[in-house]
Design a protein around this ligand. Sequence first.
Ligand code: PMP
Length: 454
Amino acid sequence: MNNSSLVARDLAVLWHPCTQMKDHDPRELENLPMIPVKSARGVWLEDFDGNRYLDAISSWWVNLFGHANPTINQALKDQLDTLEHVLLGGFTHETAVLLAEQLVAVTPPGLDKCFYADNGSSAVEIALKMSFHFWLNQGQPKKTRFITLENSYHGETLGALAVGDTPLYKKTYAPLLMEVITVPSPDCYYREPGESWEAYCIRRFADMENTLARHADSVCAVIVEPLVQCAGGMRMYHPVYLEMLREACTRYGVHLIADEIAVGFGRTGSLFACEQAAISPDFMCLSKGLTGGYLPLSAVLTTETVYRAFYDDYRNLTGFLHSHSYTGNALGCRAALATLDLFRQQDVLAGNRRLAASMANAAAGFADHPHVGEVRQTGMILAIELVKDKPAREAFPWRERRGLKVYRHALSQGVLLRPLGNVVYFMPPYVITEQEIALMIEVAWQGIQYAVRD
Ligand code: PMP
């Protein structure tokens, strides 16, 4: 088997996610190579022709401790010999219970109940349904709407898509989606020159305050991606916004849903991004890094208050009758327990602080590049915003697909970067070394040089 034989078989039968398949047609002039991965270890992927690629984006932000991690591998082998899966309706198993206990312990105070699903979008759907249903059970049927931030992303199923605001994914399906209330984002890319992130976010909060004041009676919840709007181009904001949002949601009687699917498990510098604002949301959605990047699993953590509003005689039909076949899958839960073990065995957050500082140092020169509008960082996420005109911060037209040029060049140099439009970013696994950081950033620099040429 070699790369081209597997790619030919792939293109005959497979339809890939988030892809215009024609881009991969070998007869197309601008053909994008499909990379068939044979094996992976640590931060490295290897294809069938022996080429290696540094996974600088943790395989869509899921991988935390490297591919083929020995601790997670062993845990899964052990689990496989005991129990692979059992339904979670009317049945339970120790791995699911242990994980729920540990998630309750490590998430912010007050999140005392854990509901499992098997992917991030489903976790968002669950949080939305639970919030609406909570208010219904409380005798408040008029609360049916959700508030979201501009440029947010919460997944691709219809409910999750509706509460997101990324036109590229959402616009086509608009006729199918529930209406939401969209509030300007605290995205600090748009702050005034000289304005601090904190001052900008405080200023931006006025829109949220006004919206809550006007609509609280009809609103179930506000949903946010704490600190970093990842799919929206790694746009970042200050924790003060979350602090103010928590206070206002409580004051107006509206739930706060923290979608930590991408930012949870150490990406932003703390185990959960909400910690940096010292807040507890009413719902916290987790997935991606939850299993260290091994298996599809998600969890919605919520409060005893929410749980109690559903706890009733069956005949009153107030229960949360939502289910997915693979809820609480034993292999997924075991991978998650092994991931949490790794956080306990090593001081991962201290290690990440060192790695984040190395990334900042290595990328410092990008700020002076004539086509870089901003270099921003929150913990282990560092993003570089490419612009056509630096003083005016004018974006490159999307049709020029500059990011794709960076992607293509980086692949040819053995680094997997997958820019989001004009935003080149790094979100590597936590086992990356200093040398690998240097390589990743050098290749990004070359890729940008290549991509901004006319
Ligand atoms: N929320 C956020 C913040 C995400 O980044 C993502 C995935 N990129 C999702 C939800 C959806 O997760 P999934 O792809 O597992 O459905």
